[in-house]
Design a protein. Structure first.
Length: 133
């Protein structure tokens, strides 16, 4: 760290003057961890293993085959294209199918409840008939 604003922030965060001075002299491979515990802690860090320095690497090699380049182009065009009437119709059909499926499930549940109720009424009537008949 070399920016005075960073050191000001450290002081405002509650670091003591000795800790800020120590941060100024930190050797490579050391860091200050703040917010992990009650007190700031100086820790060792390992060297970076990535070859790109931490940023997102950009592909440097072009697509190797014409077929793959064409497939990538087709996919990009497909993603960018507006939905066709056929795709919209399929989507509407899927939505309608989901609605019908949900309605069928609800109807089945209602039917099962009605059946259970009818069974209970039948049992009660059977007991009354047995006792009084």
């Amino acid at each position: 760290m070399v920016d005075p604003a960073d050191f000001s922030w450290l002081r405002e965060s509650g670091l003591k003057a000795e800790q800020v001075a120590r941060v100024k002299k930190l050797p490579q491979g050391m860091a200050l961890a703040i917010g992990v515990g009650d007190e700031p802690e100086f820790i060792k860090v390992r060297p970076r293993n990535c070859t790109h320095g931490g940023s997102t690497p950009i592909a440097k090699t072009p697509v190797e085959t014409p077929e793959l380049a064409e497939a990538v182009s087709d996919l990009a065009n497909f993603i960018k294209a507006a939905p066709t009437p056929e795709i919209e119709a399929q989507r509407e059909t899927m939505i309608s199918t989901k609605r019908l499926s949900e309605w069928s499930r609800q109807l089945l549940e209602r039917g099962l409840k009605a059946y259970e109720k009818a069974e209970m009424i039948h049992l009660k009537l059977s007991k009354k008939c047995t006792n009084s008949c």
